[in-house]
Write a protein that binds this ligand. Structure first.
Ligand code: PLP
Length: 375
């Protein structure tokens, strides 16, 4: 296979040479442990704090509430369990029913501990109805966790309005921003969330690095304990090279945001134009959506076979969420938006990135060929 056409950037992204080169000095020369007090260690500490400030500056949040973790799953576990464990075991947490397993499985564990979990439904467009969400709040509700952008649909939830409503009831709000970070401009002060999770590998950093944020003043118990790094909130030696890489990747994504959004929209429009004459359905809101994510269903088609066919042509797409691939269950997100089985089975997720117009035309052509072949 001479060329891969990668259309699965919601699963993970390539690391640019700029990001790789930014990390190298912190492996080869300045490899000190940031917790040591000689100059090599002090330099590493300075780099970590400098990165924390640069990221806080981009996201407009308080750097003293920002902690480095191994990624989205750890951050979701840490923050949701950490907040819950500051309250009584019978208290209530509300999550949307389209959250990533990193949130849903965390809540399942809290349920076993005695917490009650309420699963808030979304509308057919994948968005939360705030009035309906408000009705679910009880005096025991302590936390609402709603993702900023959904990993399968790309839909963007109305977090600003959710926070205003939740705070009126003195309920904290956590958001999983794993898919959103680096793909849309985010202002935490404006959004108003109390905590959030991010993952570097979704926006051009290496795998195994992420962020957990808890607003200073909000209570959250540490999850990983040990040497007391990260102000005792997340023990374990900081991954200095990956922290640097994530900072550079986020700065790069933020700087290029206008270009990125326009480019994603161009590729998306071209792809749909190239599919003219084909019967398909696009899932989720098309107004509040990440520009690079397209969840599309072809009726009476096996999405898994379509994915494999495209793979044989050198094209990478997803037919569910890569984080829980291998699961034979139909997507809980597509079920939540009440898509019929006929469409669920024929769904693929295309997440655009550094693709050319020619790539996109070729992919649409391959899909058309496959549909013709199976007819
Ligand atoms: N949350 C969402 C919305 C995701 O899409 C993912 C991964 O796809 C995760 C959490 C898990 O992140 P990580 O792979 O960094 O553990």
């Amino acid at each position: 296979m001479d060329k891969i056409i990668y259309l699965d950037n919601a699963a993970t992204t390539a690391v640019s040479s700029e990001v790789v080169y930014s990390m190298l000095p912190y492996m080869i020369e300045q490899y000190g442990n940031p917790s040591t007090s000689y100059s090599l260690g002090r330099e590493a500490r300075e780099v970590v704090e400098n990165c924390r400030n640069r990221i806080a500056n981009i996201l407009n949040c308080d750097p003293t509430g920002l902690y480095f973790t191994s990624g989205g799953t750890e951050s979701d576990n840490t923050l949701i369990k950490g907040i819950a464990h500051c309250y009584y075991k019978k208290d209530n947490i509300i999550v949307s029913n389209i959250e990533h397993p990193a949130v849903l499985q965390t809540c399942k564990e809290l349920e076993k501990e005695g917490f009650t979990i309420t699963y808030a439904p979304v509308k057919r467009d994948g968005l939360i109805d705030i009035k309906e969400l408000e009705k679910l709040i009880t005096p025991q509700t302590k936390l609402i966790s709603i993702m900023l952008a959904n990993n399968e649909l790309g839909t963007i939830e109305p977090l600003e309005e959710i926070c205003v409503m939740a705070h009126k009831h003195k309920v904290l709000v956590h958001t999983d921003m794993v898919q959103a970070t680096g793909h849309m401009l985010i202002d935490i002060q404006k959004l108003g969330v109390d905590s959030f999770s991010c993952s570097g590998h979704k926006f051009g950093a290496p795998k195994g690095i992420g962020l957990a944020y808890i607003r200073p003043g909000a209570k959250c118990k540490p999850f990983i304990v040990g040497g007391g790094q990260e102000q005792g909130f997340r023990s374990g030696t900081e991954n200095v090279p990956a922290i640097v890489g994530m900072t550079v990747a986020l700065e790069k994504a933020t700087k290029n945001m206008t270009y990125y959004i326009n480019r994603m929209n161009t590729l998306r429009e071209l792809f749909l134009k190239e599919l003219s004459g084909v019967k398909y359905k696009i899932n989720g809101s098309q107004k509040y959506v990440l520009p690079g994510t397209l969840n599309i269903s072809f009726p009476r088609v096996d999405g898994e076979n379509l994915k494999l066919y495209l793979d044989s042509k050198g094209i990478c797409v997803s037919n569910g969420s890569a984080c829980h691939s291998g699961s034979v269950e139909p997507s809980h997100v597509l079920k939540a938006i009440k898509l019929s089985d006929n469409y669920i089975n024929g769904t693929i997720r295309i997440s655009f990135g550094d693709n050319t117009e020619k790539d996109i035309q070729y992919v649409a052509q391959c899909i058309k060929e496959y549909l013709k072949e199976i007819k």
